[in-house]
Write a protein that binds this ligand. Structure first.
Ligand code: PFF
Ligand code: NA
Length: 454
């Protein structure tokens, strides 16, 4: 029998899937967001909770997403719908796909603004602007950038166009080609930075901050942030990994590829933390400095290094690439759905989506200047897009996916897709997806709601 394939295309082999999914996972979440939320939430205890969430919740849900995508072979919305109907359920299960596609657009809008900052730093490094810069000047420079809406708009627009161009190229000529080129280089440069940080003096202090377990630092809000980040960093709960799974060859093993992706993503986050915190402590910076952390510490480090502007330039290029490969996966689920639904080509589909993201992004970048007084609750628009997606929509999407895979899909379909060599792995996954993952997500939600109202 001919293997059923997606109308959008397929990865050439399982390694392309691993690289593409790693490209989706490894991004600003690892290098920008993880260090700064760890800093804001007190370090070690937060890191431990985050690691537990990856293992107990993230990995089982990632397996489910790949499985659903590969069996459905369509955009997440339509894959969920068909699998639901096939299992005798309501087509309304596709709602999870809808929430996901929306979350993708929302994440993309603020992600693109931050990626725009990265592009601005690429240009600055190429110019030699940061040579010998001290921590005070580096902080100042970042502040000036945030106040300048026009510059932010230019770089945000550039980034949206970069992403649109690749997604419009389709699975083989767009996504596959893009991920194949830059992924290996990213790892090489990350280790160069780590080596620098290990020799810069305060490595021990940085290490301690990341791994010293002090439970008194932990709040339920921090636990929610750790859970939300485990979804964000693995690109889960919104269909990115599901969409990529729909292009995966049938022969490839889901369990081992997922493990590889999760391990790589976690390593990159920890290495980024180990690179950034020693610089923070060596320069008496504040680990809780927030979103600007990476943009202040890295220029300081590169500014002092011999030939630092070259490394700095390369490094920001690679962060830009990491952001790029992730943003591609933010757009793919919605793009694939538009193509399926309206039977139009990728170019118009991506143009429409890009325009939407671009508009939302203007409100995000305005949060730092012309719209900074406009608050929803106590949050700016930028903060709201981040909070609502990472801490609410992705975990909710994940909860749906866990219930769907664990309780709704027929068991033979699961066994057929997973075909674990040992029964043990199937049982471990099945138990996690039925009990641990949904209960953990629901409990953390409930506790936070309870704390809000008492
Ligand atoms: N995983 C990406 C990161 O860590 O930067 C961000 C992301 C991509 C989140 C795709 C969600 C997603 F669906
Ligand atoms: Na990530």
């Amino acid at each position: 029998m001919q293997e059923k394939l997606s109308i959008h295309g397929a990865w050439s082999n399982r390694w392309v899937f691993v690289m593409a999914a790693t490209g989706s996972a490894v991004g600003l979440g690892n290098i920008w967001k993880f260090p700064y939320i760890t800093g804001e939430n007190g370090g070690g205890a937060f890191v431990l909770v985050y690691l537990v969430c990856i293992l107990m919740v993230g990995i089982p849900i990632m397996v489910s997403e790949v499985l659903i995508g590969r069996r459905g072979r369509q955009s997440p919305i339509n894959s969920m719908k068909d699998l639901a109907v096939e299992s005798g359920l309501s087509p309304r299960w596709s709602l999870a796909g809808w929430v996901g596609a929306l979350a993708g657009v929302m994440i993309f809008s603020f992600y693109s603004v931050v990626a725009g900052w990265v592009l601005y730093y690429v240009a600055g490094m190429a110019n030699g602007d940061f040579i010998d810069i001290g921590s005070e000047m580096a902080g100042k420079r970042f502040e000036v950038l945030l106040a300048d809406a026009e510059t932010l708009l230019i770089w945000h627009s550039v980034f949206v166009v970069m992403v649109m161009t690749v997604v419009a190229g389709g699975v083989s000529k767009g996504l596959e080609r893009a991920t194949r080129i830059m992924m290996p280089a990213l790892f090489v440069l990350l280790f160069i930075l780590l080596a620098y940080s290990m020799t810069s003096g305060a490595f021990g202090q940085g290490f301690d901050f990341l791994f010293h377990f002090d439970p008194s630092q932990l709040t339920w809000n921090a636990v929610l942030i750790a859970l939300g980040h485990s979804f964000f960093t693995l690109s889960l709960g919104m269909g990115s990994i599901m969409a990529y799974g729909s292009y995966m060859p049938k022969k490839a093993s889901i369990g081992s590829t997922v493990m590889m992706i999760a391990v790589l993503d976690t390593l990159v986050a920890l290495v980024a933390g180990l690179a950034i915190f020693p610089i923070v402590f060596a320069n008496q910076l504040d680990p809780g400095a927030g979103p600007g952390l990476m943009f202040i510490t890295l220029p300081v480090a590169f500014g002092q290094m011999p030939g630092g502007h070259i490394f700095g330039f390369l490094f920001f290029v690679l962060i830009a690439v990491a952001a790029w490969t992730s943003a591609i996966s933010l757009m793919e689920p919605a793009a694939a759905w538009i193509v399926e639904k309206f039977g139009i080509k990728r170019v118009p589909a991506c143009t429409a989506l890009g325009a939407l993201v671009w508009l939302l992004g203007i409100a995000c970048l305005g949060s730092f200047n012309f719209m900074s007084d406009y608050k929803i609750g106590s949050m700016t628009f930028f903060d709201l897009m981040d909070f609502a997606t990472a801490n609410i929509m992705l975990p909710l999407g994940g909860l749906f996916i866990a219930i769907f895979a664990g309780w709704k899909i027929k068991r033979y379909a699961l066994e057929d897709e997973l075909s674990f060599k040992q029964n043990f792995w199937f049982s471990a996954w099945y138990f996690s997806i039925r009990y641990i993952a949904p209960v953990a997500v629901a409990a953390i939600f409930a506790l936070n709601l309870y704390n809000k109202f008492t």
